[in-house]
Each structure stands twice: as structure tokens, then as C-alpha cells.
Design a binder for this molecule. Sequence first.
Ligand code: PLP
Length: 433
Amino acid sequence: MAKVDKNEVLFERAQKTIPGGVNSPVRAFRQVGGTPRFITKAKGPYFWDAENKRYIDLIMSWGPMIVGHANPEVVEAVQRAAETSFSYGAPTEGEIELAERICAIMPSVEQVRMVSSGTEATMSALRLARGYTGRDLIIKFEGCYHGHADSLLVKAGSGLLTFADSTQNAPSSGGVPQDLVKHTLVLPYNDVAAIEEVFKKQGDQIAAVIIEPIAGNMNLIKPSTEFLSVIRNLTSKHGSVLIYDEVMTGFRVALGGAQSLQGITPDLTCLGKVMGGGMPMAAFGGKKEIMSKLAPLGSVYQAGTLSGNPVAVAAGLKTLEIISRAGFYECLTGQTEKLMTGLKQAADKANIPFVVDSVGGMFGFYFTSQIPTSYEAVTQSDIEAFKKFFHLMLDEGVYLAPSAYEAGFTSITHDNEVVDAIIAAAESSFKKL
Ligand SMILES: Cc1ncc(COP(=O)(O)O)c(C=O)c1O
């Protein structure tokens, strides 16, 4: 009798009560095909599926698990917090400590409001920017994903890039009114002329420009220095709010996020992922002058039953403490670069067109011969080769993001042994491509 795979059994069962069998679309393996792995436990750089097969994890919960899974210090902090209840709906000292730590790490953030997801952070930051400026129009860039708030689901990356049949300026999702989307202008990433043109025509109507300062939702795409400085100058000149969506890059590409590497001071910053250490925790913050427009001080409403949740705060505080220790980012960056160099050499040996890039603990690899700089370019990479590579690596026990449009993530526990094992798996996989 053929052996029954427990992941398949769970997937069948999940699809009966959960749409598509998953609680977030990319988990369903739709782009790469096959059966999603159902995870039972994780430790450090590894997780195990329902068949008790071990994988080296290269998504790390899509970014948050930068200190490794089930880090003992974080587990202890969470256990201690949980013993005194999970939620109060009233303020706690821990929230102040977390806010103070964030403001100290990111000087552009003078005040910060905690929420429970990156989607809430970007949605609230936009509302605040609109309330502050009294304007409606926002600018976003092709292939950037800022969560699933209605007005941001236009040419949005990753999951939507994987699934949606999006045409220019049409919503990337069903259920989003065209009326809402008309307030969102979508421009190509890294296109200086396009943003100059829009500001020339409509600068005084633009409430905000929202950007992934290093894009991670159309694979990893870096901005040019000129692109960023033009955006900063134009938004300042026209009184528009510059929102850095650092939900992915914050505390991941460097302790102070992309803004610390780029020398840009945004007006508002959105944070998530790492700041909660794997718990539902996110935030938006920035200039006090803008943040003071939020309720209860100002007229822009924003609230949350579980905002600043004490267990999530405990996980976030401990995670931020660990990543602030001397040498953390040097080590993380070095290991990630070593991994990327190894993957590139393995592909070269097999004569496969393949390029790599990374910043801190975030990386991208592309089945093409030049590192892409736009959404357009990334969609021209060899997706069929990626799909085969994904499954070969999975068989070898390495879990990559199940889409060619996602960045990858390492942790401080991806040590030499782990990196060497991934490179060996890649050598064997490239040979079979
Ligand atoms: C840059 C960016 N912004 C916002 C979000 C939305 O965050 P969440 O999934 O926590 O709602 C994501 C999620 O991947 C993201 O990468």
C-alpha cells in the first residue's frame, strides 16, 4: 500500500474549512505547485513538517525570526509575560519601553503607535498622512506591497504578483472599488523621470508617497540613490508625507533599517515583523508634529483591542535587545553574503544564468543574468527554472520562499554549518536543473 503523506492529508482536511487550505495565500504553493508543508515545530534555523522531515528555513516566518526560532531568551520573556495574562486593554510600562527603544534606534521616529500587523501600520500611516495634509492622492510604486488595505492593492507585489491578473491602475484584488483606487497613483520603481513628472503636474494634491525603501515583495530590488533623494526632495518641497514602509526592512537590513543605510529621514515609518519577534506586533511612527494628529490628541482615528499586547511587547523587547548587541549585524550580513556567494558559484559551475543580491539578513536570487532593478525586469526572470529549483531544494531539505517574487531571510542561527549545507543542496539541485 502506498504511504500516505501526512502533509497531503492535512492539506486535504484544511481545504474543507479554510479557503485554499491556508490563512495567507503564498503559503499554498500555488506558484510552485505541490503540497504545502504543515509545520509542527521549529528551532534555530530549522523547522519540521508533519512527516517529521527537517528543513533549513530560509523564510523565517517571512522575516520576523531574525534571532532564530524559539530563541531561549525570547521564549523565557514570553512565558514570563503570559503568566500575568495575555491582554489588558489598558496601558503597560512595557509599551513605553518598546516605544523608547524604537525611537532610540530610529531617530526619525519621535513618536510611535503600536498595532498588530503591517497592514494596519501602513493603512493607519496613510490615513494619518491624508488627515495631516488634507489631501487624498497617494503615490506607490509597482511591485511594492504594503499590506492589503484597499487603496494599496494596486500593482502590489509578492502574493498579488503571484496570483493577480493586474493591469495598470486596476485593483490587484477583487472587492476593491475603482473609486478608491483612483486616489492611488502607481509609478515604476527606480524611475526618476516618472516621479518628477507627477509632482510637476499634481504635487500640491499628493498626501503621501509610500515606498519599500529596499523592495522585498518583487524579490529583492534595491533603489538607486538618485531615486530616493529625488523622492525626499519632492515630498519636502510639496508638503507631502514620505512614508518609509520598513515592515520588512526595519531591524533586518541593519539595526536602524534601510533609512540608516540610505541617510534618508522619512516623515513616517511603518514597522512590523522583527519588532514583534514573531508575535502579531507592528507600529507606525515618525515626526511628532504628524503623530500628534492621531486620536486621542487629534482628529485622525486609529485604535486596536490588542494593540501593544503585553506578550507581543515582551517578545519584541527581548528581540530588539538581542539584535542591538555588538556584532549582531556584522555576523548576520557576513553569513548571508557567504550564502549568496556560494549559491552563485554553484550556479556558475552548472552554467545556469543566475544572479544574487543581499542586504543584512535579507536576500534575493534571480534566474536571469542581470540583477533586476524594477518590477518589469523581475517578471522576466526564468520562473520555470525557479519552480524546479524550489522543489529540488525542498527535497534536499531546504525551504525557500514558494514564489520567485519573494525575498529570502536568514537568521543569526544560520551558522557556517547551515550555510554550507544549503550550498551543497544547491550544487546538487543546479546539476539536476
Ligand atoms: C513591506 C511590507 N509592508 C507591509 C506588509 C504587511 O504586513 P502584514 O502581513 O503584517 O500585514 C508586508 C508583509 O509582508 C510587507 O512586506
